[in-house]
Design a protein around this ligand. Structure first.
Ligand SMILES: Cc1ncc(COP(=O)(O)O)c(C=O)c1O
Length: 411
């Protein structure tokens, strides 16, 4: 990564993978081996990931969406139950609850950070209970790699008897600060204040597996459920077999072909091909996180004079593995709407994206829940724009993006 020369390609998307020759070699080695589907490389990836975040279990799966669905299944969410989901997130956080028939209690977010706080979650719980739903879980999203306040949300969950599923799809490699007086930082995924944490290895995320996901947990029973449902609901542990007559032969040993399915699961398995890439990339996580932090610091410095017209929607605290660099833009003061700004940036070779259209505005959810008043989420949506941020970018590229914004701002 040359710091002071343009990166290739010269068009900068808002995010993209950084693949080296050793990543390619790792995938090639799997292709030359015996296992293409889930095999020993998946196990190695799971073990390395669990160790990296400090969790007892890590269960690999096909993508972050599958991870969230598996987590909701592990909590045995049912129709009539509800999950509190911040409105500013990707569709999948909310949809995972619906896959189980549970309702989505959309919560507002801080319009400066996009994060759901304790008061937002409490208001969503009150609305859900007024609707007659049984709130079972909170699903905070560690937006852009910044940690949600897990101590405050953890206290709330404990007080209300709720589980927490962390949507950490943006936050591979992030560490959170303790906000309850504790010292030091904790890796997201350690699940010290949650039941489970879900990750994505989509190519725009901090590490890439092509498609890929992971659920971490410290709870053995949840881990068993996650493992069962990632592969059709199949049980192969003789100790868990229910139909003893069918399961065991005359010698008392379990029949070698035998498996059971107590309830249907899915084929959400990761392949060894994807795991090889994920594992290879995991070895570079620290470098990727450092490079992202350097670029964020450089953006912050260059863009500081453009505030309050254009400003970083970042929050201090902890050690975020920045997935996105989001700016909040006062489009009215700028005299251009967001579509015009995106078009002008594009004309200068700068990609940008909107994270996110608040999910409660999607026709499906609007039809189901009516129109909700979540002013923080709407305020965020009116102003947000994600700028290019990926490890293969050079410092020069950050300067290019900043210069394009300076021109827009007439600075
Ligand atoms: C916040 C969030 N949750 C869930 C997902 C789903 O992850 P995946 O694309 O791996 O299914 C994503 C990815 O786009 C995401 O950004």
């Amino acid at each position: 990564m040359a710091a002071d020369t343009p990166s290739v390609p010269s068009y900068l998307p808002y995010g993209r993978q950084a693949i080296d020759e050793d990543d390619i070699a790792a995938v090639t080695a799997v292709l030359r081996g015996d296992w293409l589907t889930q095999g020993p490389t998946v196990t190695r990836f799971e073990q390395a990931f669990a160790q990296a975040v400090g969790a007892r279990h890590a269960i690999a799966c096909a993508n972050g969406t599958a991870a969230l669905h598996l987590a909701c299944m592990a909590l045995d969410l049912q129709p009539g139950d509800a999950v509190v989901v911040p409105a500013v997130t990707f569709l999948a956080t909310a949809n995972a609850a619906r896959y189980c028939g549970a309702e989505v209690a959309f919560a507002d977010v801080d319009p400066e950070t996009g994060l759901m706080g304790r008061a937002d979650a409490e208001a969503a719980i009150a609305r859900a209970e007024a609707a007659g739903w049984r709130v079972r879980a909170l699903a905070p999203v560690h937006f852009a790699g910044q940690a949600a306040d897990m101590d405050a949300l953890g206290d709330l969950a404990e007080a209300r008897g709720l589980a927490i599923i962390e949507d950490a799809c943006h936050a591979v490699g992030s560490r959170r600060a303790r906000t309850n007086g504790g010292v030091g930082t904790v890796a997201l995924g350690a699940c010290d204040r949650s039941a489970m944490a879900c990750f994505s290895f989509h190519p725009v995320k901090t590490i890439a597996a092509g498609e890929g996901g992971m659920v971490t947990t410290n709870d053995d029973a949840l881990a068993r459920s996650l493992r069962r449902n990632v592969s059709h609901g199949m049980v192969r542990d003789p100790a868990a077999f229910q139909d003893r007559a069918a399961a065991f032969g005359a010698t008392g040993a379990a029949n070698p072909w035998y498996y059971e399915m107590p309830a249907p699961g899915y084929n959400y398995r990761l392949t060894d091909i994807h795991a090889a890439l994920g594992l290879s990339q995991l070895g570079k996580l620290d470098r990727f996180v450092r490079r992202r932090a350097e670029m964020v610091a450089r953006y912050d410095e260059r863009l500081a004079p453009l505030a309050p017209l254009i400003r970083h929607a970042g929050r201090s605290g902890g050690e975020p593995a920045w997935h996105l660099y989001v700016v909040l833009i006062d489009f009215a003061a700028l005299g251009r709407d967001r579509a015009a700004v995106m078009a002008e940036l594009r004309a200068q070779g700068v990609g940008s994206q909107v994270h996110y259209i608040p999910v409660h505005h999607q026709p499906y959810y609007r039809e189901r829940y009516g129109s909700l008043n979540l002013p923080g989420a709407d305020g965020w949506y009116q102003a947000c724009l994600s700028l290019p941020l990926f490890p293969a970018m050079a410092d020069y590229d950050v300067g290019r993006v900043a210069a394009a914004l300076e021109r827009l701002a007439g600075a």
